[in-house]
Design a binder for this molecule. Structure first.
Ligand SMILES: *Cc1c(COP(=O)(O)O)cnc(C)c1O
Length: 333
């Protein structure tokens, strides 16, 4: 493991660097899930993080790792929303300015939130990859510094601090359920958890619609998949054909990857709301969704489930809670 791009030592350094700038979010046992599965099930309430997702950890570590000259030029990223929001917040907190390029698939509420955090938002193209082309142009022509959403060592190290907090809260944790898209969160969390507790299993969870990391792991190399709308919109986007960090780490460290249907993700959101009294977005619900749908072999407890974000359009959330058959289709209507 020590030959991977990010080690537990890097993550411990990130934890020292970002301490006081991000929350050590609550870790609570779920009475309903403990009872249902007969093992301790802890929920890492990372949707309570400032800006509403774990992305603040990586963005803060990345901005703090820049030189003051780089911070003065400004930072830029392509983002499905939560990374943009986090980078806007982190840049402002450290006296820099963020420019955020997003695709048309990103919900309006996320765009206006990022603008409110003081960033410039550019809406370009219909996929994460097209938004990335504009980022490349701003880096080349205007000297901005790119802070990628996942495929970057300081970002992965920052996300990994969440894994350290889980092991500290639940030292005998046997299984960690982690949402998976580009793999920054999963790579960091797995490196931290396995660095401290090598036998703990780390399971990546993502949606059936457009699961780029799963397709890439199957192919043995980064591959592109078609991007489609999902309740778990924060899990959209490719992993980058020139992926340098997260593909290798996810391949080495993840014990399994489980795919969830839209109905299962909706059930996860509903459980979080009605049983745990938590509002979470689709991407944050995949861990609970995997448990409820029993999409795993034998469940080894204690279990830790990461609720990764809460930035959901509240009209969509209401439709999911009310049991809409296809809440996304109703949006389009
Ligand atoms: C970005 C994000 C994820 C996935 O993280 P990756 O590092 O891209 O795998 C999961 N949940 C939420 C809420 C996110 O914003």
């Amino acid at each position: 493991m020590s030959n991977l791009p990010v080690t537990v030592a890097d993550i411990e350094q990130a934890a020292r660097r970002i301490k006081g700038r991000v929350l050590n979010t609550p870790f609570v046992l779920s009475a309903s899930l403990c009872e249902r599965f007969g093992v301790p099930v802890g929920l890492k309430l990372e949707h309570h993080q400032a800006t509403g997702s774990f992305k603040l950890r990586g963005a803060t570590n990345a901005v703090l790792s820049l030189t003051s000259e780089e911070r003065a030029r400004g930072v830029v990223a392509a983002s499905t929303g939560n990374h943009g929001r986090a980078l806007a917040h982190a840049a402002k907190a450290e006296g820099s300015v963020a420019t955020i390029c997003v695709s048309k698939l990103v919900p309006n509420n996320k765009v206006s939130d990022i603008r409110r955090l003081g960033a410039n938002v550019l809406i370009v193209g219909k996929s994460q990859d097209e938004a990335q082309l504009e980022v490349d142009r701003l880096v080349a022509e205007e000297g901005l510094v790119m802070v990628p959403p996942f495929d970057n060592r300081t970002v992965v190290a920052g996300q990994g601090t969440l894994g350290l907090e889980i092991v500290e809260a639940m030292p005998d944790v046997a299984t960690v359920f982690v949402p998976l898209s580009g793999g920054g969160l999963a790579a960091g969390v797995a490196a931290a958890v396995k660095g401290r507790s090598p036998k703990t299993r780390v399971i990546g969870l993502t949606m059936e619609r457009g699961a780029a990391m799963k397709a890439s792991l199957n192919a043995g190399r980064p591959v592109q998949v078609e991007e489609v709308a999902s309740l778990a919109d924060s899990l959209g986007g490719g992993i980058g054909l020139d992926n340098a960090v997260t593909f290798e780490m996810c391949r080495a460290l993840l014990d399994d990857v489980i795919l969830l249907s839209e109905a299962e993700i909706a059930a996860g959101i509903r459980h979080a709301y009605s049983q745990e009294r938590e509002v979470i977005e689709g991407a944050g619900a995949v861990g609970i969704a995997a448990l409820l749908s029993r999409r795993f072999g034998r469940l080894e407890g204690p279990v830790a489930v990461i609720l990764s974000g809460r930035n959901v359009d509240m009209d969509l959330h209401r439709r999911v809670i009310n049991g809409g058959v296809d809440p996304l289709a109703e949006t389009a209507a």
